[in-house]
Design a protein around this ligand. Sequence first.
Ligand code: UTP
Length: 287
Amino acid sequence: MKIRTAVFPVAGFGTRMLPATKAIPKEMITLVDKPLIQYAVEEAIDSGIEQIVFVTGRTKRSLEDHFDNNIELNKILWDSGRTKLYEDMKRISEMVDVIYVRQKEQLGLGHAILCAKEIIKNEPFAVILPDDIILAKEPVTAQLIRQYERTGGNVISLMKVEECYAYKYGIVQVESRLDDKLFKLSDMVEKPKDTPPSELAIIGRYILMPEVLEVLKTIKPERLGEIQLTDAIRSEAKRGNVYGFEFTGKRFDCGDKTGLLEATINIAASSSELSGELKRIISALKL
Ligand code: UTP
């Protein structure tokens, strides 16, 4: 079955990026001149996704406005002859129809995805966490969809991390290696305290089967009252239906200051408009 829907859970508090995230969701933080959410939506569209669901919290207004048509702004840009900007703004509002679902209480990523159940219905779907920005020739969601078409099961995105950083991630346990980049998974550990079961960490892109939603419904909130997505995927892994794919691309954790800075510099460095200026700014710093 074709992957038509992508769920974007954007209801987290984004505490690592306070005070920027006090009144706006972290997905509206910009990388150079585009909010994180737009990078992620473009990735979904370029991967063939037709329906986008934002699971939002109390700060959804700015997201809605960003993908809406701003008639006054368009008129000003058109009347003043700034046609390139005018076209850009129109393109954003025509990009995609977004469905908004409210997560009334921040009860974790698993719970956020469950909030989209009525829209997803009984189909496999993609999940995109927009604070993980991944620059890649072929969009990462498209890479995962190809693996789903091959395996017919749940596919999660993986990236190698050094052991000293494993404590920040969910780390997978591999049952078997199907090819250079594709693995069948037997288990996973969220933020391991001891030796991690592998060097492969889970990154914020998933293709999930509707059965995961059924499992999520049965999961008890953990210590902090959150329903974890990893718990549902673990239980599917035990049934032999979860694959991990080591994607090709460069990933930045933009929910964190260092990651955001690194992504900003990388995007500026690869822009013909900004790379010269970036060089000048950095060399003037005499680091
Ligand atoms: P994070 O673990 O990054 O949490 O959530 P957070 O609240 O966004 O950020 P910090 O750690 O406090 O800085 C991972 C993803 O799950 C979403 C977030 O919006 C993010 O995309 N999420 C998390 C929800 O939608 N609802 C929740 O209840 C929790």
